[in-house]
Design a protein around this ligand. Structure first.
Ligand code: ADP
Ligand code: TYD
Length: 204
């Protein structure tokens, strides 16, 4: 089972990833958590390049190619072997992030960005994706309550960019039955139990 979480920063992805990990661990299952970009030595180096505020000169095409490169390495080194041995893999972001951020957000050729994802991941596609949806007003509220410190290079992007990313995610969830839109303003526990219900209905 390969499960991915998507949404803008502060939407609650890592909160839900942790709760789901705990849920499966309590059932005695092997769970592997992944954070994108990253998860291997090479992918973590690429992550540093991508998020470093000193790299403001990075072009949008370079950015898209680096995210895909980090993902290709992660799939082959970590995700594929884990799925093959029967582990449940939960990833905080995966290929939909590139389609939403680099495709819709940065206005790169959408068709190319989508094809690039399948070049990087081949047939390692998620069984299900939870897109946790919140508005930018909600992000602002959460940032006021709990600022995690300095924004990274991508987070310095303007609101206009984030509106396009959110619209992109919504379009993706409307066209892909395996991508479930979750209202991220519900209570943390409610979201978790909705997610568990959806997952259990899949395996029923
Ligand atoms: P992400 O991984 O998407 O950036 P986090 O899980 O780190 O998001 O959550 C960002 C902030 O929002 C944290 O302070 C977290 O406690 C809070 N948060 C997460 N889920 C909810 C929710 N459903 N309602 C209100 N606050 C939430
Ligand atoms: P990270 O801190 O891991 O995400 P979050 O803030 O959600 O916890 O930072 C990753 C950043 O990179 C985040 O702003 C989203 C962006 N990103 C892309 O633009 N494209 C991608 O393909 C991925 C995986 C992430």
């Amino acid at each position: 089972m390969f499960i991915t979480f998507e949404g803008i920063d502060y939407s609650g992805k890592s909160t839900q990833v942790r709760l789901l990990e705990e849920y499966y661990q309590n059932l005695g299952k092997e769970v592997l958590l992944i954070r994108e970009p990253g998860g291997t030595k090479i992918s973590e180096k690429i992550r540093d390049l991508l998020l470093d505020k000193k790299n403001m000169v990075m072009t949008e095409k370079t950015e898209a190619l680096l995210f895909a490169a980090a993902r290709a390495q992660l799939v082959n080194e970590v995700i594929k072997p884990a799925l093959e041995r029967g582990a449940i893999v939960i990833s905080d972001r995966f290929h939909h992030s590139s389609i939403a951020y680099q495709g819709y957000g940065r206005n790169l050729d959408l068709h190319f960005v989508e094809n690039l994802q399948y070049f990087a991941i081949s047939d390692t596609v998620p069984d299900i994706t939870f897109f946790i949806h919140i508005t930018l007003d909600e992000v602002a509220r959460r940032k006021m309550e709990n600022n995690r410190g300095g924004d990274d290079r991508i987070e310095l992007s303007k609101d206009e960019f984030y509106h396009k990313v959110i619209d992109g995610y919504i379009k993706l969830s409307e066209s892909d039955p395996k991508m479930k839109l979750i209202d991220g303003t519900k209570r943390i526990k409610t979201i978790h139990s909705d997610i568990v219900d959806i997952l259990n209905s899949l395996s029923a």
